[in-house]
Design a protein around this ligand. Sequence first.
Ligand code: ADP
Ligand code: ZN
Length: 749
Amino acid sequence: MLGSQSTSSVIAASDMPPVAFTAGMRVAVLLPLPVATAYDYIVPEGAVLMPGDIVEVPLARRFEVGVIWGAGVGDVPPAKLREIVHQLDLPPLPEVLRKFIDWVAGYTLQPAGAVLRMTLNPARRWPQQKVPTAIVATGKSLAICGVKPTAAREKLLIAAAKGAFESAAALSRESGVGAAVIRDLIAAGALAVVEAKPISPFTRAKPDHGKPVLEQAQADAAATLCARIGAGFSVTLLDGVTGSGKTEVYLEAVAATLKAGRQVLVLVPEIALTAQSLARFQERFGAEPAEWHSDLTSKARRETWIGAATGDAQVVVGARSALFLPFRDLGLIVVDEEHDSAFKQEEGVIYHARDMAVVRAREGAIPIILASATPSLETIINVQGGRYGVAHLPQRYGAATLPRIGVIDMKAHPPEKGRWGRAWLSPPLVKAIDQTLASGDQALLFLNRRGYAPLTLCRTCGHRLNCPRCTAWLVEHRLTRKLQCHHCGYSARLPETCSSCGAADSFVPCGPGIERVAEEAIARWPDARVRVVASDTLERPSAVAELIEDILTKRIDILVGTQVLAKGHHFPGLTFVGVVDADLGLSGWDLRAAERTHQLLHQVAGRAGRADKPGRVFLQTHDPAHPVMQALISGDEDSFIASEVSARQDLDMPPFGRLTALILSGPDEGAVIAAGRGLAAAAPEGEGIEVLGPAPAFMALLRGRHRHRLLLKTRRNTPPQDLVRDWLARVKTPSSVRIQIDVDPYSFY
Ligand code: ADP
Ligand code: ZN
């Protein structure tokens, strides 16, 4: 969790004087590279630069785009410094963003340049835009310009008088006169090429456009949120059951922020959720918000980036990296589904976007809303401790009620084998789907496992098909006829013979993935329209939009899907949810396993019965007495959460204590082991400080690299940053071994 502020190794942005840098002055330029400090450059003749300005500088034998971070402080003699090449025609990075970048770098123990890269990466590759121009009539007559009046010239002037034209081609189309005549009249002065105001790609939002009538509880929650707009930094949990109208409620806070003329950032955990959010924002504000995620075209990316910087993009809906956009005047952040672990970025700069969003709000002195039906323990504890405020929505909107949740003990009700082979659906679940289909409703079969089968083995010798580069089984995907590694992307055809014993046609799939469950559903309900849905079938937002349309218009009867369907979506016709394997995710050592399984099952159950028809949910389990199952069926989730909280407290686990993981990896296992021992020998010591490991990681091999882990455990009031910095400075590791630092780890692979 977030504690006291740590200092960054670059000059703190807050210490920068608000003055301009002029020719000959030494300035620090932070580059979007894995460097911890800014480099000094000299301001060239004629330039006047301010902190935050984006500039191009020479670096070795190439050029790089960087940001003026402050006055230069290095000890390189001025004569040896190189000059800035020029300033880019981009809005400067605001001070609050520069401070935020420094803070994130300090907290996550990543080089500041690597954090800056998240802001600058798209922009640094943009070609310099041409200033947009328009062709207009100057008002001078042909006679004044000294040209002979011809029919074509007259026609052209009449057309040009209608407005500004973006190009000669456009004016030619309008007038029916050729480009040569246009050139002549520009030369003569009857027409002129002028600088045009860029046209905004965004429509202005109308805060009261689709204002809903709120129910009493919703109005109260909205009032709580709106009261915090414009009142400085605050964190508020919007804790509402699935279908209670959390979105409608936080949109009121968005409206209040828009009325105050400030910008809003809404973070969502998955691209799959942006499509539906965009549509709802459009309905509510009569304008689509700007989008930000990895699947944008570079044009859309540029529009959102520039729009954020100019303030033209009033609302940005995006994935975690939207946090690093250069907002001109951000007035509110909303983190939707705040408990979602997709907010944790596990590659490159390892950071938790929800936690960093809270820091961004604090740096900007603005409110932040965390919305969820199943808030994270961290957030709940902050509410209990009075650090965060809370607004509750205890009931579903309108006539909708929460679904009834039941468990099916798989030991008592094993699936009956079908003509098609092994089965995964128990008789009570099959019966429930029969009834759902008979009443014309839709059913969701949920299994958080992509592909056909998680394991393929040789029936003759027992050989398992493993990824050659990872400690992982290859997953069979029948739709694409491939074996895939879900960790590194390796894929191969199913071999004809076993590489171990040579047997032919001997491979058998073990266990179910969604494709296999779909196979069973198609065999059992041949008349039903079955659709398999997973992250790999929904890569593009357009595919998501089509799927949602198909569900809403009832072109699908049975959905078989992974967690991409579990979150946020609102499907009124869906009345039944069957969880194929509720125990998945509970095994293995992960401090949040029970919490996460509970959140996921609660969320997926929350897809059922969101309109007027009541919903029903069955959880297939081998352990019906497990606290997670009991919490879900009894509805007494508070006791479950309380017991999770006290278990964490007893063990000093986050958020009561702090964890920092060090992951060592390299192609040579011996070197990795030696580096791990070296680190362990120099481990920090002190009261309440504990170092676990080194031990081989759960994924001992990933993408061909051997991995070992160390875990530093400290007390809540001991920020680990200085300890780790000092620790790493004391130990020399070979360059073939990479050390990744994960402050507040969520993944223990
Ligand atoms: P949640 O995010 O809490 O799961 P949603 O915001 O998706 O809930 O709301 C569920 C459904 O109820 C949506 O279709 C939403 O438009 C509708 N709804 C909620 N509150 C209202 C309201 N006050 N007026 C009209 N429709 C509402
Ligand atoms: Zn692999």
